[in-house]
Design a protein around this ligand. Structure first.
Ligand SMILES: [Zn+2]
Length: 116
């Protein structure tokens, strides 16, 4: 099975090769995530329109991670999107997103429970 690491960051036009709690992202996105914690709930979803087409006309889909003040758009090659189901990747992203939020904002969630 083809690895899912063949994605490409649409914001920075770089291959997504850096490991992070939300999966492989590009070096710029990783720096941003680690230097400035994104705010708000994270939504992870596939965009409805293909971001590009392969040379043989197959759609290349865009997977998106959206915080209130930050987003990451990843373009997956046509062959990767057919072998890795969007539903599986979405569930994977949701799990890793929760892990990231726990990792980067432990103080915030502790405060939230105390302020009731
Ligand atoms: Zn990026």
């Amino acid at each position: 099975m083809r690895p899912v690491d063949a994605s490409h960051c649409l914001d920075h036009q770089l291959p997504e090769t850096e490991a992070s709690p939300v999966g492989l992202i590009c070096p710029h996105c990783k720096r941003d995530l680690y230097t400035r914690t994104p705010e708000g709930p994270l939504r992870a979803f596939w965009e409805e329109q293909p971001g590009a087409y392969s040379l043989d006309g197959k759609p290349c889909w865009v997977y998106r991670l959206d915080w209130r003040d930050y987003s990451i758009r990843s373009l997956f090659p046509a062959d990767a999107s057919s072998e890795c189901s969007p539903a599986y990747l979405a569930s994977l992203a949701a799990k890793t997103a929760q892990a990231l939020l726990r990792a980067v904002a432990p103080a915030e969630s502790a405060n939230a429970t105390r302020q009731e």
